[in-house]
Design a protein around this ligand. Structure first.
Ligand SMILES: [Zn+2]
Length: 143
């Protein structure tokens, strides 16, 4: 069972009609930004990812670890490798999964949700989100 299924949502529903950048931006206009591990499950002050899940009604505030699974079910392209866009970042530009980079931009660089959404827009699949779902099939070294 996937995280999204556990949350009572099936593929093809409304959750796939919103792009991640839109979901982050929308929550950024409504809630103060949170930082750190627990902000993914915070209702009052979520991080970029927790806020995006709020936007699509899928944030799990009780078992916050579930949010990591749910968010990559909803936006599978978050498993693809990217590197930190910040010049001279201590990470040295190593490739990490996009989901990890969004936490990194949120927690380490303290980017605003608007800044993160701008970056996400450059990397998320364009157009029909069925394309995003097919990212599951792309064979890449993710670990
Ligand atoms: Zn960085």
């Amino acid at each position: 069972m996937t995280g999204a299924e556990r949350a009572g949502v099936t593929r093809g529903g409304n959750m796939e009609t919103m792009k991640l950048s839109e979901a982050i931006r929308m929550n950024g206009m409504m809630k103060p930004q949170g930082f750190g591990d627990y902000s993914i499950g915070s209702i009052e002050a979520p991080c970029a990812i927790g806020g995006a899940l709020q936007s699509v009604g899928l944030q799990d505030c009780l078992q916050i670890g579930m949010n990591y699974m749910i968010v990559t079910d909803v936006w599978p392209w978050l498993k693809l490798p990217v590197s930190c866009p910040v010049t001279d970042c201590y990470c040295g530009g190593i490739q990490v999964q996009a989901i990890s980079l969004i936490y990194h931009l949120n927690d380490q660089h303290r980017w605003t949700r608007a800044q993160i959404a701008d970056w996400v827009e450059l990397h998320e699949p364009i157009g029909d989100l069925n394309d995003a779902a097919s990212a599951d099939c792309v064979s890449l070294p993710l670990r």
